[in-house]
Design a protein around this ligand. Structure first.
Ligand code: ZN
Ligand code: ZN
Length: 336
């Protein structure tokens, strides 16, 4: 099978032919339909994952069809369409695992970082950590829902978004666009924060009632003028500073959640935070039940990302462009 392997930090992916692996106890072999290219894949190659186990096959936005099952697997059967995500395995017996919050397991294992992922024609995955794809969901467009979608959806949920929330999304491309559409579909009122007014039309088309351009106004002040502030602010840009600049735009008891961040520290204005019990949170994708809910909600509301499909041989080119900050629509590797 054609496979792309991350061999070391700062090295391009190596394309090679490998034997199709055999599923072991509790595992399934999945013939991959599509694998989205996530910013985390670039972080891996740039050495930002000290836990990485090189050589490793990257990719954790996977959809495919079960081709074989290992011993002890009663579900999924051969032929079932599934998705696989960032969380690839966990200990299954700690307090978090038994509560269904496997994403918080101290022993969790990450697909495409320590376990081989989806930059290959086949992958062996843990049966308990794959998600059934709802019928009617396009398996290629659904691939990024397994990370970008899951992270956006679950961040909104963990931050306590309800039908009466005011949600501000910083950056409305990619993950941000999904977050805007999820928040609107959850019944929340939505504001989008962008650098210039260029994205305003698209934001309003997705259902945002307000657009704040940071080149014209202070985003925290503009949010406070929005009926007292946002209950949830979701940062979908790769800038921690952009998130810090909005914190005092939260309404009391509000939560800033960062889906995107860089190596800059988050600046916390402690006095307004204590007076108003403000929260700041980073959310690492989600547990298996969150992935199921993300797919079900996306299917029910017709929320799918915009994407460009590419071949595995183009993965290095896409990752290079991403490193230079020139990424457009989500790129999805597809296999025949
Ligand atoms: Zn555990
Ligand atoms: Zn990801």
């Amino acid at each position: 099978m054609l496979t792309a392997i991350a061999t070391a930090v700062d090295e391009p992916l190596t394309l090679t032919e490998r034997e199709v692996p055999e599923p072991g106890q509790g595992e399934v072999l999945v013939k991959i339909t599509a694998c989205g290219i996530c910013h985390t894949d670039l972080d891996l190659l740039q050495g930002q994952w000290p836990i990485a186990r090189f050589p490793v096959v990257p990719g954790h936005e996977i959809t495919g069809v079960v081709a074989a099952t290992g011993p002890g697997v009663s579900w999924p059967e051969v032929g079932v369409s599934v998705g696989a995500q960032f969380l690839g395995d966990s200990c299954r017996h700690c307090d978090y695992c038994v509560r269904g919050e496997q994403i918080l397991c101290p022993q969790k294992r990450i697909t495409g970082i320590v376990m081989d992922g989806g930059y290959a024609e086949y992958a062996v995955l843990k049966a308990d950590f794959v998600t059934p794809l709802p019928e009617g969901l396009d398996p290629v467009a659904a691939a990024p829902l397994m990370c970008a979608g899951l992270t956006a959806f679950n961040s909104l949920r963990q931050a306590g978004t309800t039908a009466t929330s005011r949600v501000a999304v910083i950056g409305a491309g990619g993950v941000g666009a999904l977050a805007v559409r999820y928040a609107v579909a959850m019944g929340a009122r939505v504001a989008v924060i962008g650098r210039s007014n260029r994205g305003e039309g698209a934001a309003r088309e997705m259902g945002a009632e307000r657009f704040i351009a940071t080149q014209d106004s202070d985003p925290a002040e503009a949010l406070r003028a929005w009926d007292g502030g946002a209950n949830v602010i979701l940062n979908a840009t790769p800038s921690t500073a952009a998130a810090s600049a909005t914190l005092t735009g939260l309404a009391p008891d509000g939560t800033l959640v960062l889906c995107g961040y860089d190596s800059e520290p988050l600046t916390l204005p402690t006095q307004p935070m204590v007076l108003n019990r403000l929260h700041a949170m980073l959310n690492p994708s989600g547990s298996p039940h969150d992935a199921r809910d993300t797919l079900a909600f996306s299917a029910a509301h017709g929320i799918l990302p915009e994407f460009t499909s590419i071949g595995l041989r183009d993965a290095n080119t896409v990752l290079d462009a991403m490193a230079k900050g020139r990424s457009g629509k989500r790129s999805i590797i597809t296999f025949d």
